[in-house]
Design a protein. Structure first.
Length: 240
């Protein structure tokens, strides 16, 4: 019985050794399809060198403009933009030409459309005491003056109602570039109904039934190099 047990034990041991040797010969062999060992530094570098998507830097010329973009508007294009807004070779035409060369995106027609919209918004926001709206439209000095006037009006318990009947004219009368800042002055001629009432609702200034012609001279400004296309009102003057 013990001899049989010894014989079977010996056979199992021999079989186990043979199987182990065969497995080792297979598992220890490289086929060429294995993944490389994990290296966190190498993998990080690989991600940086091949980001998702493709970013191509455009070559730039001496002027700093991309090679495939024109240096600026042509003389014919500038003349076409200005023909309805300034006489040829006039001081205004020359100053607007300089502005367009510094800021090729400037177009007098589009600018005036925006200026008229801003005029209407400023008149309405001032009457309503809308400080948040005024902050978006006014430069610091003008905002300070408007805010002070609104505060004084509220302290007196007065309310202002302004109705813009229409803008009859909006003309660019001056333009200049100063310290990389574009300044454009517009003369507005508008029809306005403006009434100020006290705390009891009595009219203290203006006439709710009378339309007045108002002339305002406003100066707008923006940084030429800024990507922000918005202009702000930086100076006001009442001509009447």
């Amino acid at each position: 019985m013990s001899e049989a047990f010894d014989i079977y034990t010996l056979l199992f041991l021999v079989l186990a050794v043979v199987i182990f040797i065969r497995l080792r010969s297979v598992l220890g062999r490289r086929t060429g399809s294995e993944r490389p060992p994990y290296d966190p530094y190498t993998r990080a570098d690989a991600k940086q060198s091949a980001p998702e998507g493709t970013v191509v830097a455009l070559p730039r010329g001496r002027t700093g403009q991309p090679a495939n973009e024109p240096a600026g508007p042509s003389a014919e294009d500038i003349e076409e933009r200005l023909e309805r807004f300034a006489k040829k070779d006039s001081p205004l035409s020359k100053s607007l030409t300089a502005l367009i060369k510094a800021d090729p995106s400037f177009d007098p027609a589009q600018f005036l459309d925006g200026a008229k919209a801003a005029y209407e918004m400023v008149v309405g926001a001032f009457a309503e005491g809308d400080g948040k709206m005024l902050e978006q439209l006014l430069g610091e000095d003008v905002l300070e003056g408007f805010t002070r006037a609104i505060a004084e009006r509220e302290q007196r318990g007065e309310t202002l109602t302004s109705t813009l009947v229409g803008i009859d004219k909006a003309d660019i009368i001056e333009a200049e570039i100063k310290d990389r800042q574009a300044l454009v002055t517009v003369k507005f001629v508008s029809e306005l109904i403006s009434v100020t009432r006290d705390a009891d609702g009595e009219v203290v200034e203006g006439d709710p039934k009378k339309v007045r012609e108002v002339t305002d001279i406003w100066t707008f400004a923006r940084e030429v190099a800024s990507r922000n296309p918005n202009w702000k009102l930086v100076a006001t003057e009442a001509a009447n």
